[in-house]
Design a protein around this ligand. Structure first.
Ligand SMILES: [Zn+2]
Ligand SMILES: [Zn+2]
Ligand SMILES: [Zn+2]
Length: 729
């Protein structure tokens, strides 16, 4: 910016203010025009311009262009930037023997390095980050002050002489080695199959040799994570290409400055331990995000499992003491350093669906980049739901969706949500005038929201899903929102999950849903697909009908008796319209087992079973009414059809459901159809639905920057409050 101004012979200054960058430029009128337009096109990555406001001032006749120190007064609303993956130039230096940053694990520049994870307060200046404790050496100072240098005003600038240092600790906290020695010892341990906890950008990760099955299994045991796939760190794109099929969009996502974990289809015979991602055709892969990761990956020449440094369901550890305490029984060694992480930021997860990247877990590299929204007349803070929780703050025209916190299954996770909810408004100097929660009173997020000293609005789960997507894609309304997921409490007290909502400004209406069924055992059914299938079966055929053979063979007569009794007496059988449960039953009848070993496990395996594409299946009838009902009954004979292979049954199952969405869209007749909720993480369902909608002249939109799952709920909740949306049932 400074260079551009100097090139155009402008005088003036730029200052990082609480409201964003303030530029005062003086010069010839056409040079000023030129400056404004080139500013928008030539700003080097990762810089970006959200908006420009412009005032005309009288000339002052000053000479030169300079950078002024930041002001810390007034309302703090400058934007916090996401953490960025190490850039190619920094990597080149780290691997250059002649460079002063040769093998330095903390090299960074204006285009890369930590940001949000080290930010204490705004504006973003070294003194306001955890780098404040490292005084710059003269060499770094010179780079920092040189407008022609790539490190000009790179706040976390560091080098071996003045910056953070590596250290290797034993699980009891003993210091074993420092700097390069620490790295070497950690690498030796990894080669021997040991587990190393590594302090990354936004928290500790657990690393282990991904080709060593015994070592990976040991990590699974110690972390209490039996089945959920692990992500793998690869040295470079070429290496990934040897294990997996990588499309250009997937490669672009991996190489982007966010540097997320990207889900790719693995090749047969990929040299990875079977326990990395058991029974899963997809592989989560990421490229080195810091020089430290690049050094490890390149020195070892091995793929490494790189998974969050936590026990199952707990948030990722950030502090050394905390890591030693919580991961002491998991990791054999701790490769740490002395740059504090101020807030936890997990690795993000992206998949490419229908040719576009879709963020499934939004954290490092994305959070807290804001989503522009309609203007809020007061700050609003939304607390999200229960799974994949995150909070969202709306101030003025911006929605700041926090980093992923996790499922609120443990006290640690609830505490982490509370901390993020307290901190995000503080960062922007905006005390919430209203908070928002899910309708479900028992979610920990609901209780936290209710405990706040301001009024608390309750927003229905699926309305929040749809509003989040409409905000993200800023499409015109009225629009038909489709929200399909596992569960969310409806205003009628039933469990929703297969919803069609028309949203028009301040009014939303439930126009259709899946045919309701009573679900045996309520929450238990989310794990046990036997109960779900019995529920669907008895709803469709009546209690007298014998259970279908595949189910009858896996339940004991006493269980069936207990279920029948509960069903007949309507005990613990909540009415639901959950699309997620339909996928569970579909997976079970395709022979994939009866248990969801983790959230979304059965539906994901059903998607993979289809071979990657939907096929035409039976049409699901629409029953007129308010709401209109989509009858899933024809899926049962399809799934029990012995003449079809499990793959064909799965492909047609997806095809039937996609066509049902298109049929409802046809009946409603609104052009824009927004596909949201966890079920639309399913690439096969999403692609076929979008294809059918487009073929019939509709305009489908789906989530890209904000997760379609409950990770995006808080954004929709906040919009509901800003706009005062009323849900009519
Ligand atoms: Zn860089
Ligand atoms: Zn230095
Ligand atoms: Zn949901």
């Amino acid at each position: 910016m400074c260079r551009l101004a100097t090139d155009l012979c402008l005088s003036g200054f730029v200052a990082n203010t609480p409201f964003g960058a303030l530029i005062e430029a003086e010069g010839a009128a056409d040079a000023l025009e030129d400056f404004e337009s080139r500013l928008q096109t030539e700003l080097p990555a990762p810089g970006w311009i959200a908006s420009i406001e412009r005032w005309d001032l009288s000339p002052r006749g000053e000479g030169g262009f300079e950078i002024l120190p930041s002001e810390a007064r007034g309302e703090t609303s400058a934007l916090a930037l996401p953490d960025l993956k190490v850039c190619p130039e920094c990597l080149r230096e780290v691997f250059d023997r002649a460079d002063r940053r040769h093998r330095y694990p903390f090299a960074n520049c204006t285009r890369c390095g930590p940001r949000y994870s080290i930010l204490l307060r705004l504006p973003y200046d070294r003194a306001n980050t955890t780098m404040a404790r490292f005084p710059m050496c003269p060499d770094c100072r010179r780079e920092y002050e040189d407008p022609a240098d790539r490190r000009f005003h790179a706040q976390p600038i560091a080098c071996p002489a003045c910056g953070p240092r590596l250290r290797l600790l034993a699980p009891d906290g003993r210091l074993l080695a420092e700097a390069e020695d620490a790295l070497r010892l950690a690498e030796e341990a990894l080669l021997e199959g040991r587990i190393v906890a590594l302090k990354g950008i936004g928290g500790f990760q657990l690393l282990v040799d991904a080709t060593n099955d015994a070592a990976v299994r040991r990590l699974r045991e110690r972390k209490a994570r039996e089945h959920k796939p692990f992500a793998v760190l690869a040295r470079d794109l070429e290496t990934v290409g040897a294990w997996a099929f990588v499309s250009p969009e997937e490669a672009a996502a991996m190489e982007s400055s966010a540097g997320p974990i990207v889900l790719v289809k693995r090749r047969d015979g990929a040299p990875l331990a079977p326990s990395v991602a058991p029974e899963n055709p997809l592989l989560g892969v990421m490229l080195p995000t810091t020089p430290l990761h690049a050094l490890l990956a390149s020195d070892l020449g091995l793929p490494l499992v790189a998974t969050s440094g936590n026990l199952s369901d707990e948030p990722i550890c950030i502090g050394e003491d905390e890591a030693l305490r919580r991961l002491g029984g998991v990791a054999d060694l701790f490769l740490s350093h002395d740059r504090p992480i101020h807030r936890h930021v997990d690795d993000s997860v992206v998949r490419v669906a229908s040719g576009r990247p879709m963020v499934l877990r939004r954290a490092r590299g994305y959070a807290p980049a804001p989503v522009p929204v309609e203007t809020a007349d007061r700050p609003v803070l939304a607390y999200g739901a229960h799974l994949k929780s995150a909070v969202c703050l709306v101030v003025g025209d911006w929605a700041f969706l926090s980093q992923h916190v996790g499922d609120l299954e443990t006290p640690e996770a609830v505490h982490a949500l509370e901390r993020v909810a307290g901190e995000l408004p503080g960062l922007y100097g905006a005390a919430p005038a209203e908070v928002v929660r899910d309708l479900h009173p028992d979610y920990a997020s609901s209780r936290l929201a209710e405990a706040q000293p301001v009024s608390c609005l309750r927003v229905q789960h699926h309305l929040a899903h749809v509003l989040a997507l409409l905000a993200e894609s800023s499409v015109a309304e009225p629009a038909l929102g489709v929200a399909w997921d596992g569960t969310g409490l409806g205003p009628d007290g039933t469990v929703w999950g297969g919803e069609f909502l028309v949203v028009d400004g301040r009014v939303a209406r439930r126009v259709a849903c899946l045919r309701p069924f009573r679900l045996l055992g309520g929450d238990h059914a989310a794990r046990d697909a036997r109960r779900t299938l019995a529920s669907l079966w008895w709803t469709a055929r009546g209690l007298e009908e014998p259970l279908p053979a595949p189910l009858a063979s896996v339940v004991s007569p006493s269980e069936v008796q207990a279920w029948r009794a509960a069903w007949a007496a309507s005990v613990n059988t909540a009415v639901c319209t959950s699309a997620g449960r339909l996928f569970d039953a579909g997976a079970a009848l395709c022979g994939l087992g009866w248990k969801n070993r983790y959230e979304g496990d059965l539906p994901m395996r059903l998607e993979h079973l289809s071979g990657g594409a939907a096929e035409d299946g039976p049409r699901l009838p629409l029953q007129d009414g308010r709401p209109m009902l989509v009858d899933w009954e024809p899926l049962l004979p399809l799934l029990l059809e012995e003449g079809l292979s499990p793959r064909e049954r799965s492909a047609r199952f997806h095809g039937s459901l996609a066509r049902a969405v298109a049929d409802v869209a046809g009946a409603i007749g609104l052009r824009t159809v927004a596909l949201s909720g966890g079920c639309f993480q399913n690439g096969v369902l999403l692609e076929r639905t979008a294809e059918l909608l487009e073929a019939r002249g509709f305009r489908p939109v789906w989530s890209q920057r904000v997760p379609p799952n409950d990770g995006g709920i808080a954004l929709g909740q906040a919009i509901a409050a800003v706009r005062r949306v009323r849900l009519e049932v």
